[in-house]
Ligand binder design. Structure first.
Ligand SMILES: CC(C)(COP(=O)(O)OP(=O)(O)OC[C@H]1O[C@@H](n2cnc3c(N)ncnc32)[C@H](O)[C@@H]1OP(=O)(O)O)[C@@H](O)C(=O)NCCC(=O)NCCS
Length: 135
């Protein structure tokens, strides 16, 4: 599911991150909680929640942040994505957090609609830049 969500990422690195989660979860920059949805003994959806020190539009810190959110194509539009978000919210509320943040690529209109339907408000649109630094 992580490879389907991030098709440009290196699959071995994605696997390594999962392995690290199980040996060192709770460390900064790793998801602090992963939620999965199961149907007929198969995992059909997942949501990875991290704690970011800062999230655009949020007043609190750290902020539970939806790093990954994916439902298998055949299982979509049945409320599974929403159930994953609600489970993440309940867990964050129980831990005392008051806000949750997330993001989506500008062209991902389905994600945009799903976030809006689940109560997220849009706070900003951004262009991200990078540059290779040369000596
Ligand atoms: C985004 C995603 C996780 C939503 O999962 P889902 O299980 O389909 O979500 P739900 O069934 O709970 O839908 C919740 C609401 O979102 C909106 N929504 C979801 N899919 C939609 C679509 N294709 N078109 C329009 N609205 C949609 C609807 O309002 C829906 O409520 P409704 O079905 O009662 O109308 C899923 O589409 C997905 O995995 N997409 C590919 C990966 C991705 O883009 N992830 C987000 C990265 S930021």
């Amino acid at each position: 599911m992580r490879a389907a969500l991030w098709p440009d990422a290196n699959v071995d690195e994605l696997r390594l991150e999962v392995a690290r989660y199980f040996v060192a979860h709770g460390e900064p920059l790793l998801p602090y909680c992963v939620f999965v949805a199961e149907a007929d003994c198969k995992i059909v959806g997942m949501l990875e929640l991290s704690l970011r020190p800062y999230a655009d539009g949020c007043d609190s810190s750290p902020v539970p942040f939806v790093e990954a959110w994916y439902v298998a194509p055949e299982a979509r539009r049945q409320g599974i994505g929403g159930a994953l978000v609600r489970a993440a919210e309940q867990s964050a509320i129980a831990e005392g957090y008051t806000e949750m943040a997330s993001d989506a690529l500008l062209e991902n209109t389905i994600s945009e609609r799903a976030h809006a339907a689940l109560g997220f408000e849009e706070v900003e649109r951004a262009i991200r830049f990078r540059k290779t630094l040369k000596r």
